[in-house]
Design a protein around this ligand. Structure first.
Ligand SMILES: [Mg+2]
Length: 239
């Protein structure tokens, strides 16, 4: 049996792509659609700290702020409405979203012969699985990811790393708990999530967190963007 593959766990929003606010708007629209009275009683959709949070964590917080009972059935109803609005928003002409610099080229190279069987790419995201698939499908990159851990696996992002490794093992058909792991994300929460399971972390300042704030949390590698793909690959030391 050969060496274990290097697991690359990518965050989605602010790291791979930017939906132009489609995701946040879908959240707000679903809340206004399903719970107009509670939203009005709060004086509008409650403030939400989206960056790096899990969808289930956000929903828990909003239900609490709106004084609503949290249940699996209610979350499922909310997610169904959220996904309806997300699909509509992503499809709107001029929605303004895009893949971020370098992402298409980087994913293509990681899947190419140079890295074949040495790198295994997956998702580690706060998005619920169906939302992650909708976003990555919309921007044409879902085929690059072989497994994932999602915001409906746990509300605490720091619990998602081991889930991702377990899913990678299932895909690979071999226990990968000893494999090298790198988390790639755009927020302080991605850095903390990587630390929580002993992974290396690449912080990319392509989302809404400025580079100096990411630097303060001492990621192993800090990049302004993924735009210079050869430099990214060399920093990752996968070659
Ligand atoms: Mg992000």
């Amino acid at each position: 049996m050969g060496a274990l593959p290097h697991l690359l766990l990518f965050d989605i929003d602010g790291t791979l792509l930017n939906t132009g606010g489609a995701g946040m708007r879908a959240f707000a629209l679903a809340l206004e659609h399903l719970y107009p009275e509670q939203v009005a009683a709060c004086g509008g959709v409650p403030d939400i700290d989206f960056a790096g949070s899990t969808d289930s964590g956000i929903v828990m917080g909003i239900f609490a702020k709106m004084g609503m009972e949290d249940s699996g059935a209610e979350r499922a109803r909310f997610y169904a409405s959220y996904l309806d609005f997300l699909r509509l928003n992503l499809g709107e002409p001029g929605a303004g979203g895009s893949l971020l610099d370098g992402v298409a080229e980087l994913l293509g190279k990681l899947q190419g012969n140079d890295y074949d069987n040495r790198v295994l790419s997956g998702l580690l995201t706060g998005n619920i699985a169906a939302g992650a698939t909708m976003k990555t499908d919309h921007y044409g990159i879902s085929g690059y990811f072989h497994f994932g851990a999602y915001g409906d696996d746990h509300h605490d992002r720091n619990q998602l790393g081991p889930v991702a490794v377990q899913r990678a093992s299932g895909f690979w058909g071999q226990d990968l708990s000893a494999a090298p792991v790198t988390v790639i994300g755009d927020t302080v929460k991605d850095i903390r999530c990587a630390r929580a399971f002993g992974a290396r972390v690449v912080a990319v300042a392509s989302g809404c967190i400025p580079v100096h704030e990411l630097a303060a949390h001492e990621p192993d590698i800090l990049l302004e963007s993924l735009g210079d793909v050869d430099a990214v690959l060399s920093q990752l030391q996968l070659a």
